[in-house]
Design a binder for this molecule. Sequence first.
Ligand code: ATP
Length: 368
Amino acid sequence: KRNIAVMTSGGDAPGMNANVRAIIRAAIYKGCKAFAVYEGYSGLVKGGPKYIREMSWHDVRGWLAEGGTNIGTARCMEFKERWGRLAACKNMIDAGIDALIVCGGDGSLTGADLFRSEWPSLISELKETKKITAEQYDKYKHLNICGTVGSIDNDMSSTDATIGAYSSLARICQAIDYIDATANSHQRAFVIEVMGRHCGWLALMAGMATSADYIFIPELPSSKKDWQDHMCKIVSKHRERGKRKTIVIVAEGAIGADLTPITCKDVLNVLVDRLHLDTRITTLGHVQRGGTAVAYDRMLATLQGVAAVDAILEGSPEIPSPMISIVENKIVRKPLVEAVKLTKQVAEAISKKDFQKAISLRDTEFNE
Ligand code: ATP
């Protein structure tokens, strides 16, 4: 029976608590000991009972719906250094942990895979420098790693949905519904900034779900003249047909054809100068991360939490570091390294304006 630790890392996302709850309870149900690492990788690097705690069934009671992450998350520069990972390795052995499940974005999962692949050399160094005993070396020779994807952006390749994305989308739609009422009353235009640096999923889906007039996403840049003319044409047409309000959604990573950002202020200026609309900007900001998880995220996080514990217990020699995904409504294991690599390649292609490549990389993911 294993001693399984769970950690949340990177940006928080609604549903992370549900994932931690499922992992802890599935581990206990299957006869394992369950631990939580507090404050992401920095808790692992610092170690000790303040940061690495054994968890009981009751410790996670009521966590299913709660937003954020109750075990904390952090960006940890030390873990990017070998000495930080060496300290983390020692702290895990001291706590008696032999398997780690990380819920986070592509950065966190890259760190997890690196930790696993480096583990033999880290543990050998600890043995050689007599920081651990020969018995500890034999007992902890192998580290099992598994990733679950927590991210509001839905920006990870090889999975259709990430934990938190649908909650964030629901929050955005709710906020736009509120804005709609006031926009309609005063016949105003609102330019709304939503999250998404490399991935326009939130903006695109929110645009569809709120019938926004126009959206800007990183994946579809156009020249200044093109987007200005096109947006004005569409918005004017809607106004001529009697629409009393205008909603334009801008993903924070939206860019023009020259790769310079398209900001809410740029859009506002055009709506005011060319269409003479009374226009306001609303940046939704961290509201998009807050609140309880929607039913879909609670369900996804729970199913994936159980699947992560199964992956640890069954082991998968063909996939040394599995990532738990959902593909066409099925919970599946994918190679974490490949998923992270694809995600980075897509982001890189978008930032280099190579959209054909970005699209074909995304197709690779779906045709796998
Ligand atoms: P989000 O999508 O919300 O940004 P993320 O998991 O991608 O989440 P990052 O800040 O990139 O967030 O990564 C979180 C942490 O994971 C980092 O602070 C660091 O501790 C660890 N990490 C990231 N990349 C690496 C890496 N290449 N090697 C080792 N550790 C890493």
